[in-house]
Design a protein around this ligand. Sequence first.
Ligand code: SF4
Length: 90
Amino acid sequence: MSDWMDRARCRTVGGIEVMHHDAAGYSAVAADAEAKAVCAPCPVREQCLAYALELEGTYAAGFRGGIWGGRTAKERAAMVRPSRAKAVAA
Ligand code: SF4
């Protein structure tokens, strides 16, 4: 486990049912908003998002549903798509 994970706000607020709700059967929009509210003041939000983006497009990303770094899976995928496209074209 990385050091920043010890300071993750979702360790004490929200919990896995809120943050990684894809399999929990919530309304996705309501659940995303609830989880993003937990992330907003998180002191390690940047590290969390960077970690999730590193995994984007890999097999491991398939297990990283829900909100990471205040972003949905769809938002994270959109963030990495342009840079991966440039890398392939170079
Ligand atoms: S940014 Fe959100 S998902 Fe990431 S550690 Fe903080 S509270 Fe948890």
